[in-house]
Write a protein that binds this ligand. Structure first.
Ligand SMILES: NC(=O)c1ccc[n+]([C@@H]2O[C@H](COP(=O)([O-])OP(=O)(O)OC[C@H]3O[C@@H](n4cnc5c(N)ncnc54)[C@H](OP(=O)(O)O)[C@@H]3O)[C@@H](O)[C@H]2O)c1
Length: 296
């Protein structure tokens, strides 16, 4: 089975390539090999590769920068998805796509389910929501997995930033009034490969929109506490910095961040038996690998 992975050098794309099962031929393309904003390029590449399934891990993910680059954010997150959806539908192959908690306003107080109303507050979230809609309109056999607070070994993320800052500084201020679900890139990759395996053996999936995020929910402050505690335990950091809790108001960003970003992932379990991932376990794997990389 041939699986085409776009955005193969991003956090999730990288993990997908690393963990591709033996029975699958994973063809990973970076943005220089396939720019999904270019419809002709997408058609030429996909029609010549004739994959059996496509996973779109490509996205414009610079949340703050998107506020000043809306055209580019929409070109990638909406038009790029429409191009892939169109060619996937033409070939009658499924497209598995990743979306985000930022499609919600963040004003909730119970975990968001797939049927809850969306209301993004910034360009990134709006462009990702437009991408979801574009996929629904262009492709019959799609799965959208909305996820949140992605971290992993590869690329830029909160965990790696905390480790760097923990080495550089004795004290840090971390936001404590935004609640969400850290999710490991490797957990997302595992879930996607399970869906591919199910499709390979049954020829179908329960197409549609799903949530997939780590558990339990926490604040950025709680997340940083766990990162520093584990990092110190395994010897990645000599000592934990002092962490001060701050509010979102005290830590302004260009794009508004959702205060409540908790996704209910139970539908994916119900339909596909894919469980939520305990991010603390995944964090230990990431930190241990970072430790060994430092020791080499
Ligand atoms: N990161 C998070 O916290 C988070 C949270 C919720 C949802 N998500 C979603 O999860 C998915 C994966 O995110 P991630 O963290 O793996 O993102 P990432 O590390 O930023 O990777 C995204 C990849 O997309 C590629 N890309 C950008 N523009 C492209 C284009 N025009 N054509 C082809 N490729 C292009 C980038 O390639 P270049 O580097 O070469 O430009 C990059 O490798 C995305 O859909 C994202 O919206 C992420």
């Amino acid at each position: 089975m041939r699986v085409l992975i776009t955005g193969a050098r991003g956090q999730v794309g990288h993990e997908l390539m690393k963990s591709a099962p033996d029975e699958v031929t994973a063809i990973g393309l970076g943005s220089d090999e396939l720019d999904i904003t270019n419809a002709e390029w997408v058609n030429d590449v996909v029609l010549s590769l004739t994959p059996d399934l496509i996973i779109n891990a490509a996205a414009y993910t610079a949340v703050d920068k998107a506020e000043s680059e809306p055209d580019l954010a929409y070109a990638v997150n909406r038009n790029g998805v429409a191009h892939l959806g169109g060619v996937a539908d033409h070939l009658s192959v499924p497209l598995l796509h990743i979306s985000t908690d930022y499609v919600f306003s963040g004003e909730g107080s119970k975990p968001y389910s797939e049927s809850d109303a969306t209301s993004p507050t910034g360009v990134y979230g709006s462009s990702k929501l437009a991408g979801e809609r574009a996929l629904m309109q262009t492709c019959a056999r799609y799965m959208i997995l909305r996820t949140s607070w992605v971290f992993g070994l590869h690329g830029k993320n909160f965990v790696k930033t905390m480790i760097r800052l923990g080495r550089e500084r004795n004290e840090l201020s971390i936001v404590d009034d935004q609640i969400g679900c850290p999710t490991s890139a490797s957990g997302i990759a595992q879930a996607l490969w399970r869906l591919v395996a199910e499709y390979k053996s049954t020829g179908k999936l329960h197409w549609g929109l799903y949530h997939l995020s780590g558990t339990p929910a926490c604040s950025w402050y709680d997340f940083s506490e766990e990162i520093f505690q584990q990092a110190q335990q395994i010897g990645l950091l000599e000592k934990k910095p002092i962490i001060h809790r701050v509010t979102t108001q005290e830590f302004p960003t260009t794009a508004k961040r959702p205060a409540w970003s908790v996704l209910d992932s139970s539908l994916l379990y119900e339909k596909h038996k894919i469980p939520s991932i305990d991010w603390r376990v995944e964090l230990r794997n990431v930190l241990s690998t970072l430790f060994f990389q430092c020791a080499e």
